[in-house]
Design a protein. Structure first.
Length: 202
């Protein structure tokens, strides 16, 4: 086995009924044509016992031993519990503090006052926000009309663009390897389009 740095992957929209199966066995049936030992570990993002009774889909975190194995999952159709699951590589996204709601750090090192992620108020925490509360973003200011966690946030988009510049691999559909095609980039319109399934790389 290559000593290549392990590559972390996510498979989304998996049938939740597969929860009773060991995570590694879920993605390792013969039809997925994975080399033995390709998967280092696999775990559910939300444990089965914490799911709602009506939950029909779930997400699985998979750590591959090599980018080649991860690229195989991206390139080929993956079968899970009789369903075909499409996968794509993850894009690095900005870190946002869930205490002050600003970008660039996490709660553990935050020295600012706590703000509600929904309405930007400092009078209550996010979990105590009222359902009918007017949305407002801490980063964009009081004139905004979206939550701090919204993907439509202009600050979020600007920060994503800065990350794309810093990490060119964000525009690559595969993890770069010695194979030439893995260095190809996705056209701008495609890379900006919302895609349903994710694979994360460390």
């Amino acid at each position: 086995m290559s000593k290549t740095k392990p590559t972390t992957s996510f498979l989304d929209l998996l049938p939740a009924k597969a929860a009773s199966t060991h995570p590694i066995r879920i993605i390792s049936p013969p039809e997925n044509d994975l080399e033995p030992g390709s998967i280092s570990s696999a775990s559910w993002l939300k444990s089965p016992e914490r799911r709602s009774p009506n939950q029909h889909i779930a997400s699985l975190k998979v750590v591959c031993f090599s980018p080649e194995a991860a690229n195989h999952l991206i390139r080929e159709r993956v079968y899970v519990a009789g369903h075909v699951v499409n996968i794509r590589k993850d894009l690095r996204e900005p870190i946002r503090c869930n205490k002050c709601q600003l970008y660039g750090h996490i709660r553990g090192v935050c020295i600012s006052d706590e703000k509600c992620a929904h309405c930007a108020s400092g009078d209550h925490v996010t979990t105590n926000s009222r359902p009918n509360q007017r949305l407002s973003c801490v980063s964009c200011g009081p004139d905004s009309s979206h939550a701090s966690s919204s993907c439509t946030c202009s600050t979020f988009k600007e920060t994503c663009a800065a990350l794309d510049t810093r990490y060119p691999e964000n525009s690559m559909p595969y993890f770069p390897t010695g194979e030439h095609r893995t260095w190809a980039r996705v056209p701008t319109k495609l890379s900006n389009a919302p895609l349903p399934l994710i694979i994360y790389g460390s």
